[in-house]
Design a protein around this ligand. Structure first.
Ligand SMILES: CC(C)(COP(=O)(O)OP(=O)(O)OC[C@H]1O[C@@H](n2cnc3c(N)ncnc32)[C@H](O)[C@@H]1OP(=O)(O)O)[C@@H](O)C(=O)NCCC(=O)NCCS
Length: 158
């Protein structure tokens, strides 16, 4: 696993204001530790990591997490949908998201969920890709610089 490059993508997103569970000042060690924590799930098959490589470095990620509950064998969540700031607005996010949806479909997961900061680039990406917003929770999470912000929840049926 290319932990250093994955950590760099996460740090870049947080540094550019993305609300992706972390606060400003995220260190390389903390970011690498997050990705390290994903390894058991990936190895065990409860999670898939898809990454975009431009030939020089990893420039994007998306994580597909399969619901483990006995009554949810058809459900999965999408997270860590990240594209490095220098590579944005070229269709990479859309391609990663479609690849994650395809992987979910191939695994028999037909109801997908995700959430993102209201008004973010992520919200626009998901709307453009046919996801349905089903609610906004005010003050759901802190932005990297510590302000409470709303989160929009989305679903998509495969
Ligand atoms: C969200 C993110 C992954 C989008 O990646 P991207 O590679 O720039 O997205 P794309 O170029 O594939 O754009 C996909 C669609 O979203 C729209 N979009 C993406 N970013 C946008 C922005 N900043 N403003 C307006 N529209 C935007 C595009 O217009 C495009 O729609 P179109 O093809 O119909 O024109 C990227 O901005 C990012 O990493 N942001 C920080 C992390 C984050 O917030 N992730 C989501 C939280 S889970």
């Amino acid at each position: 696993m290319r932990l250093g490059e994955l950590a760099a993508i996460l740090i870049d997103s947080v540094a550019h204001g993305a609300s992706v569970n972390f606060l400003a000042g995220l260190t390389s060690e903390e970011a690498a530790e997050f990705w390290r924590s994903q390894i058991p799930g990936i190895v065990g098959g409860s999670r898939r990591l898809l990454a975009a490589d431009d030939g020089a470095m990893l420039v994007g990620t998306v994580v597909l997490s399969f619901a483990h509950q006995p009554n949810a064998p058809h459900r999965a969540e999408i997270g860590k949908m990240l594209v490095r700031s220098h590579a944005r607005r070229r269709g990479l996010g859309r391609r990663l998201l479609i690849a994650a949806e395809d992987a979910a479909r191939a695994a028999g997961r037909t109801v997908l969920l995700l959430d993102t900061q209201t008004g973010s680039a992520g919200e626009r990406l998901y709307s453009r890709c046919g996801w349905t917003a089903f609610g906004i929770v005010p003050d759901h999470a802190l932005t990297p610089d510590g302000r409470l912000a709303p989160t929009t929840f989305f679903f998509k049926r495969m």
